[in-house]
Each structure stands twice: as structure tokens, then as C-alpha cells.
Ligand binder design. Structure first.
Ligand SMILES: [Mg+2]
Length: 294
């Protein structure tokens, strides 16, 4: 019996699950969807939040850099708005027609005998729509998205937990309460800390760990595909194996690098090792299925 256990261990595939970012990972940034999204975020700042047009480039950059997403940054510095409205504004006008069915990727994914999940900072509507456009909607067990990590009740929890930060909730925010992040970086004051965000998203290690917990994944047995270097590096810090997608240049924290997700078979051939196909077990039901299934 002991020998059998050891033998089975030796045959065991290296990974249980493949965890994929969506935007700029399962399709290339060159198709214009990503840049259209960036522009929509800027338009949201101007049209919905009344921010001066001349300031949105720098503000958007600082929010993205410091908080992971513009949404997370806007909430941190004191803006309050409906998440669904934000997402429908930012994603609703995207050129989805630029996302074409990708049968090559579809066949690649379907030939991989592992659990496969999407992990995106975007909202569920966008994730489902993009996957559907790509013809990949049935290639994944589920989607871990904005709503998964930020359910509406979570606002209360985060607010309660963050007793040392001026997290602004509800409809009480006014322009006088907005933290001047541009000014903060223009004239750094070591005694002033950046406000924290109530939004949970990559590249926060907490967000990645929460996603792993929700999907019941062991980071040591999960291969994480991402275009964002900082998300890859955060993933590496929590123990994931990592693949940088979008360039063949590896960076610190990336175990593999692929110019395109289409190069997966050449870059990580061991994913198709014959032992994998005979040994891997498939869970019949995913823990997150009810909340995140496409
Ligand atoms: Mg991405």
C-alpha cells in the first residue's frame, strides 16, 4: 500500500488547476478592447464624477498604480458611486465586435485535463460577454470576478474592519472629502498615508488568497496566467506558479512567458503529459459554481 501511495504521488500531475486572467490574456491587447476600456474610465471620471479633463490622465495613472484598478482607487480617495453603473459605463460601450471566436484557443483549453477558472477584476457581465464572444464560454468551470470578491454585503464588513481608515460609505461623500492623490504625490508628506480602499482586487495578495480560498485551490498546484507583471508577482508571493502572457520576456516572478496564449503548448508542453490524462481527477462540482458560473 505504501509503495502504491508513493507510486501514485510520482505519477501525480504538477497542477490541479489553471487559473486565467481574462482581458489582455485570453485575447491580445492589440484588438483595441483594452485601450477602449481605458478611455471609458477616463470618460467616467469626467462625465460622472465631474473631474477636470486635464487631470484625468495623471489621476487615472495614480489610481491604477496604487490601487490595482481605477474603481478601487476612486473608492479609496472618497468617491462613492454604484459599482454596476461604473461597470456598465466602462464596459457597456466596448467594441465587443473586436472579440472574435477563437477556435484554436478553445481546442487548446478543452484538451487540457485540469480544472480551469477565470480570475478577473472585471465584473461578471463583461467576463461572460467577452468569453462568449471568444467562443470560450463553456471552457471554464467558473468565473471569479469583481462581484465574487466584492459582494454587496462585503461593504459593511470592510467598513467595520477598517477602523483606522477614513473609508467613506453610503451617500455622505462630498467633494470636500476627496483625498488629493495627485497633490499627495506632487509633494510627498511622509506623515500622510494613502487611504485604503474597500475594494478587493488584484494585485492585492489578500484578493488572490481569497480567490484561491473561494475556489478551493492550492497555490502550489495552480498555474496562473496573467498579462500584468504586478499581478504575476503578487501571485508568485502567495505561492502560485505563474505564466506571463503577452510577451515572451520573462520577468521576476514569472515561471514562463508566452507571446500569446496560443503558444501554450510549445512553452509548457508538460501540461499535456500522458500521465496527466490518466491520473487527474475531475471534481464533479465546483465550490464557487453557484456564485460565479458563466
Ligand atoms: Mg489582464
Amino acid at each position: 500500500m505504501e509503495y502504491e501511495t508513493i507510486f501514485r504521488q510520482a505519477q501525480r500531475p504538477k497542477y490541479d488547476c489553471l487559473l486565467f486572467d481574462l482581458d489582455d490574456t485570453l485575447y491580445p491587447r492589440s484588438n483595441g478592447v483594452g485601450s477602449a476600456c481605458d478611455q471609458n474610465v477616463k470618460d467616467f471620471l469626467v462625465e460622472k464624477l465631474g473631474i477636470e479633463k486635464s487631470k484625468v490622465d495623471e489621476l487615472g495613472f495614480l489610481l491604477y498604480k496604487n490601487y490595482g484598478t481605477s474603481l478601487a482607487g476612486l473608492r479609496a480617495i472618497g468617491y462613492d458611486f454604484n459599482y454596476d453603473e461604473y461597470h456598465s459605463f466602462v464596459h457597456g460601450r466596448l467594441p465587443y465586435e473586436n472579440l472574435k471566436p477563437d477556435p484554436v484557443l478553445r481546442n487548446l483549453l478543452l484538451s487540457l485535463p485540469y480544472r480551469k477558472l477565470i480570475f478577473t477584476n472585471a465584473d461578471k457581465v463583461h467576463a461572460v460577454k467577452a468569453l462568449s464572444r471568444l467562443g470560450l464560454e463553456d471552457c471554464f468551470e467558473g468565473i471569479i470576478c469583481f462581484e465574487t470578491l466584492n459582494p454587496t454585503t462585503k461593504k459593511i464588513t470592510v467598513s467595520d474592519d477598517t477602523d483606522d481608515e477614513p473609508v467613506r460609505m453610503g451617500s455622505s461623500s462630498t467633494s470636500s472629502e476627496i483625498f488629493d492623490i495627485v497633490g499627495h504625490f506632487a509633494q510627498p508628506n511622509p506623515t500622510t498615508e494613502l487611504p485604503k480602499t474597500p475594494v478587493i482586487c488584484k494585485p492585492s495578495e489578500f484578493a488572490i488568497e481569497l480567490a484561491l480560498k473561494i475556489a478551493n485551490l492550492d497555490p502550489q498546484r495552480t498555474l496562473f496566467f496573467e498579462d500584468s507583471v504586478r499581478n504575476i508577482q503578487a501571485g508568485k508571493r502567495v505561492g502560485l506558479h505563474t505564466v506571463r502572457v503577452g510577451t515572451s520576456q520573462r520577468v521576476q516572478g514569472a515561471d514562463y512567458a508566452l507571446e500569446s496564449i496560443h503558444n501554450l503548448k510549445e512553452a509548457v508542453p508538460e501540461l499535456w503529459d500522458s500521465e496527466v490524462k490518466t491520473d487527474v481527477s475531475y471534481p464533479s462540482k465546483l465550490a464557487v459554481e453557484t456564485s460565479v458560473t458563466a
